[in-house]
Design a protein around this ligand. Structure first.
Ligand code: C2E
Ligand code: CA
Ligand code: CA
Length: 754
């Protein structure tokens, strides 16, 4: 469930990241497109600007040429110089003073004076010899119009020139025309300039018919001959039309597979056009390089984003998985932990009310760890988990809560079926032969609760409580046992109610009665002590066993009162023996944890012993081994105080679950009572492991000067066994069940009379 959630989140995150990456790519594409478009516009604007600038320079040159020519013409006209005989020399002088290649004068009669480079080269001859271009210029001059010709080869200079012509006026009359020629190279130089577009473009000056007047700049490649350029421009009708209308034109033309930009800008002189040719392919090549770099950068960015997202995401999801693993799984067996089990059980119970919860434990697992090593213990737990896992159906699950405590969620509700399944699991585990040299048998016990129709509220929680009841029952039987929580246990609940409502009155009325069970030496079977065990004699004469009411008292605190009451009963008995001249044996009294930790506990004990004038040495306080789960320091402090006063301390039920051999070494107790579960396991001599454990405990206790008492000795076999093991004392039905104090005195104390 949780992994699915993480997976879904991970997919969602990746989708978002991919979306972002796509957006970045799209943005990159747009940026490239936008950039190339605006670069294009900028380039075109730049071409236009540069072209206009060169056009302006050209026009300035033409204007200044006209200016000079007009000045000379007005001097000639206003001064009537043309009439003078030395006019040729005057014209020659003027010609020497400016940069014109030729300076000529034509009069009405058609005769002329021509100077070339300051020399008079023709005089008073007819005008017929001049070229058509010059004739046109002169003709227009007589019409009063200043004119500049197209490119023409100078007659005298033999160079390519432009011819200028301006009228020479006397008053309002045009008396002649002054012409000059300027070398084309002058204009060419202007157009060459610094080179357009950083030197990659070039100019043409041409007329409206496409005749080339000036070529400037250097062509970067030979593919584009002038002819092919003009073909490109004038091969297009629309362009021709625009040119005829004197409009500016911008063209994109391909020649030899390469793109050129051609700008045709009307110059405002004749029908001249200044044409700028710019090889767009060079720019687009540069542009493309830029785009490639940009594109590559965007791609790298996208890859980086994807990589970071993927790397970060997978790290995060790995961390999440680890956290989930920690939060929901048991690190040792890999199965669910209890928290997760509970959650899953609650989810499952909402869908289907028919199920069983099973608790499965191993008898005395703690000692397996201690005697055979933690590794073997862990190995066993993993084996148990594997066997359980193998036996479960697809909708079933299980967990390890801690140590050897497993919980199973089964879909069966039939008692017999559930029992068979659990017994199957148990025998697959206890029948394991591949380890521990096969010299001991693991024993397991199990509590089961099956869902019942009825209250749905907090169903799993209640079932988990009930399964603990069942487990506790199963534990006391010491065999591979499956115990079902059922009506019998419900009866206990009813009984619990009775106990709680009657306990105070019962104490007042003396319904609690002390029974005594002898403790004997194993060698001589001499009685060396007795354990006081409480019985509740009800007014109808029936007895209640402590297992029915002690747990209730422990929970509601009444145990403190009862335990002190039992101390008092024991002291009364000791006093009675002494008064009767009988040498008393110490009496062991069970003490709950509750009373043991009460602040004025010792004062209360001393008050009782002194009231009956009984030595504390005759009282042995039995505390449960579960008390050693608390702080050992505190416990030892209390034990020391009690021992200073003379009381002796026994640890009860040792080996029933909690204690470890280590704690034994750290506790200053006088006696160790081995839980009867040990004997049950060893019985028949089948279980060598428990025998080993018991033997080890006896040896250790002896080293620590702690006496050992084995509880639950029921047969002679038991008796001989514990004797062999080196235990000190025995207690059990084999010697005597707990009996009324009076009977005890009769049977065991008579021969102790002085
Ligand atoms: P315990 O202290 O371990 O007492 C020994 C129990 O084992 C007694 O059960 C006794 O009757 C039973 N027993 C003795 N010999 C044998 C045997 O050979 N075989 C079997 N199967 N059982 C044997 P009982 O009297 O029912 O007491 C149960 C428990 O209730 C005691 O276990 C003790 O923990 C608690 N208890 C009894 N009296 C008192 C008391 O006055 N105060 C407190 N706090 N707890 C008490
Ligand atoms: Ca006891
Ligand atoms: Ca006991």
């Amino acid at each position: 469930m949780d992994e699915r959630l993480i997976r879904r989140r991970w997919i969602r995150t990746m989708a978002v990241v991919c979306g972002i990456a796509l957006l970045v790519l799209a943005a990159g594409g747009f940026a490239v497109w936008f950039l190339s478009r605006s670069m294009n516009t900028v380039t075109e604007e730049q071409i236009e600007m540069e072209t206009a600038e060169y056009g302006r320079r050209l026009k300035k040159q033409v204007a200044s040429d006209f200016q000079i020519l007009y000045t000379v013409a007005s001097v000639i006209g206003d001064g009537g110089l043309a009439e003078r005989t030395d006019f040729p020399q005057i014209l020659q002088g003027a010609s020497q003073e400016n940069d014109f290649l030729t300076l000529s004068y034509f009069d009405q009669d058609g005769s002329n004076i021509v100077t070339s480079r300051g020399e008079i080269v023709a005089q008073k001859e007819t005008v017929e010899f001049v070229q058509a271009e010059t004739e046109n210029v002169v003709e227009r001059g007589f019409q009063g119009l200043p004119t500049i010709s197209n490119r023409v080869k100078g007659l005298y200079s033999q160079e390519m020139v432009f011819m200028y012509g301006v009228p020479v006026r006397q008053g309002d009359d045009v008396i002649g025309v002054l012409t000059s020629s300027s070398q084309v190279s002058v204009f060419q130089e202007i157009l060459n300039g610094e080179g357009i577009q950083g030197g990659i473009g070039w100019f043409h000056l041409m007329d409206g018919d496409g005749n080339l007047l000036i070529h400037a700049g250097t062509k970067p490649d030979e593919d584009l001959s002038d002819d092919s350029l003009y073909e490109a421009v004038f091969g297009d009708e629309k362009t021709v039309e625009k040119i005829q209308n004197g409009e500016q034109v911008l063209l994109h033309k391909y020649r030899g597979g390469k793109e050129y930009r051609i700008l045709l800008m009307p110059l405002g002189i004749n029908d001249w056009y200044l044409t700028c040719v710019s090889p767009a392919w060079i720019q687009s090549h540069q542009m493309n390089m830029l785009m490639y770099v940009l594109g590559a950068m965007f791609c790298i960015m996208v890859i980086l984003i994807l990589f970071l997202a993927f790397f970060g995401g997978s790290t995060a999801s790995r961390n999440n998985r680890d956290l989930v693993q920690l939060a929901f799984y048991d690190s040792l067996t890999g199965t669910h932990n209890f928290v997760h089990f509970r959650q899953l059980a609650e989810e499952a119970s909402r869908e289907d009310k028919q199920f069983a919860i099973v608790s499965l434990n191993i008898h005395q697992f703690k000692f397996i760890n201690e005697i055979f090593g933690k590794e073997q213990g862990d190995d066993l737990l993993r084996y148990v988990a594997r066997q359980i896992g193998r036996a479960l159906g697809p909708d079933e699950f299980f967990c390890r809560e801690n140590a050897d405590s497993f919980y199973l969620f089964l879909r069966d509700t039939d008692r017999e079926l559930v029992r068979r399944r659990i017994e199957g699991i148990m025998s697959s585990i206890t029948g394991r032969t591949d380890n521990y040299n096969g010299n001991y048998r693991i024993q397991m016990y199990s509590g089961v609760v099956i869902s019942e129709d009825g209250e749905r509220d907090r169903m799993v929680e209640r079932m988990l409580n009930h399964v603990m009841f069942a487990l506790a029952k199963a534990r006391t039987t010491h065999q591979n046992t499956v115990w079902f929580f059922d009506s019998e246990l419900h009866k206990d609940e009813i009984m619990e109610n009775y106990v709680e409502t009657h306990m105070d009155q019962a104490l007042k009325d003396g319904e609690f009665q002390m029974f005594l069970q002898p403790k004997v030496t194993l060698t001589t079977r001499r009685v060396i002590g007795a354990e006081a065990l409480v019985r509740w004699r009800r007014p109808d004469g029936s007895f209640l066993r402590p297992s029915v009411f002690i747990p209730v008292f422990e929970r509601n605190g009444f145990c403190s009162k009862l335990d002190l009451y039992m101390i008092e009963q024991a002291c009364a008995q000791l006093r009675a023996w002494m008064d009767a001249g009988i040498t008393p044996v110490p009496i062991s009294v069970n003490q709950s944890r509750l009373v043991f930790y009460e602040n004025d506990y010792i004062e209360h004990l001393l008050a009782i012993t002194s009231a009956y004038r009984v030595s504390p040495r005759l009282i042995m306080l039995e505390i449960l081994e579960s008390i050693s789960m608390d702080s050992l320091d505190e416990l030892n402090k209390k034990i020391d105080l009690l021992k200073q006063k003379g009381f002796r301390i026994a640890m009860d039920d040792f080996g029933s679950g909690y204690s470890s051999l280590n704690t034994l070494g750290n506790l200053r107790i006088d006696e160790l009572k081995l839980d009867q579960g040990f004997l049950r396991e060893v019985s028949g001599g089948k279980n060598e492991r428990s025998e080993i454990i018991m033997g080890q405990i006896a040896i250790l206790a002896r080293k620590l000067s702690i006496a050992t008492v084995v509880e639950g000795v029921e047969t002679q076999e038991n008796h001989l066994l514990i004797q062999r093991m080196g235990c000190d004392y025995g207690q059990g039905y084999y010697y005597s069940p707990p009996i009324e104090a009076e009977k005890f005195t009769r049977q065991y104390m008579k021969d102790r009379k002085a």
